[in-house]
Design a protein around this ligand. Structure first.
Ligand SMILES: [Zn+2]
Length: 258
């Protein structure tokens, strides 16, 4: 039944985000309202890898599951999102672009869009029960890379996180949400167990574990739209939600919400 589990994609959580991240950022007060809505409606959060384990029948799903993911590794995850998640008893998965880490030092790569998490903050996020996933090393458009560079992006991100945190990093989110078949094969070869993409009009289940669709939460997403989409009552154009995923949600809705 995990086909119907909504996986939400957030980026920065900021009142005053950097200009480049503004459209995809969410105000802290709005995140608080969304978390209150989710917990008030009986939703239970699980990490992306917990969802994928449930999909493999390795663990049960809670009654009304939802997965919260945060891309890029902005510093405001630590300062703004983490306290709210703790307050509401929620977990999340943070996909970190390792070359963007604030104190990446000689590992620095790519062009961070805002202030990013430092390694000690990543430690604290992990210790607080959040999952850390990889988001490539430099936030490259993976499908544009030659095979060697592609494998380097995937392996560097995974091994830097694993060395720092001392645990397996099974999850990746594609930069820009996009992957090609060649990229997905490389992700598997690099040792990842599953990967998150972005929902689009062409995604149809059964979804590959290496192309799990997510829904984009934007600054413009009203609480009303948020609630309607979580309850499967509305396919908002801004979510580019695919029909079958909605059908999966409708099972959840019928069983639990209506
Ligand atoms: Zn990203």
């Amino acid at each position: 039944m995990s086909v119907g589990v909504p996986v939400l994609m957030y980026h920065a959580i900021a009142e005053h985000p950097a200009a480049q991240t503004r459209r995809l950022s969410v105000r802290p007060a709005m995140l608080a309202e969304q978390l209150a809505w989710l917990t008030g409606h009986g939703f239970r959060t699980l990490t992306f890898s917990e969802l994928m384990a449930a999909r493999r029948k390795e663990r049960p799903l809670p009654e009304r599951p939802v997965v919260l993911t945060f891309d890029d590794g902005y510093a405001d995850f630590h300062s703004a999102a983490l306290p709210l998640l703790a307050e509401y008893g929620c977990v999340a998965t943070v996909f970190v672009t390792t070359g963007w880490v604030e104190d990446a030092g000689e590992q620095r790569a790519g062009n961070p869009l805002d202030r990013m998490l430092a390694w000690t903050q990543i430690d604290e996020v992990s210790a607080a029960g959040m999952e850390i996933g990889a988001h490539s090393h430099s936030h490259a458009e993976l499908d544009q890379l030659h095979d060697d560079a592609l494998m380097q992006e995937l392996s560097a991100s995974k091994s830097l996180l694993e060395d720092r945190l001392g645990c397996e990093i099974p999850a990746l989110a594609y930069p820009y949400g996009y992957s090609s078949r060649r990229v997905r094969t490389a992700v598997r070869t690099a040792g990842y167990r599953h990967a998150a993409a972005v929902a689009n009009a062409t995604s149809r289940p059964p979804h590959s574990p290496f192309a799990m669709p997510r829904l984009t939460i934007r600054r413009s997403t009203s609480l009303d739209t948020f609630g309607q989409v979580l309850q499967g009552r509305r396919v908002a154009r801004t979510f580019l939600l695919d029909r079958i995923l909605t059908a999966g949600w409708s099972v959840v809705r019928t069983r639990h919400l209506l």
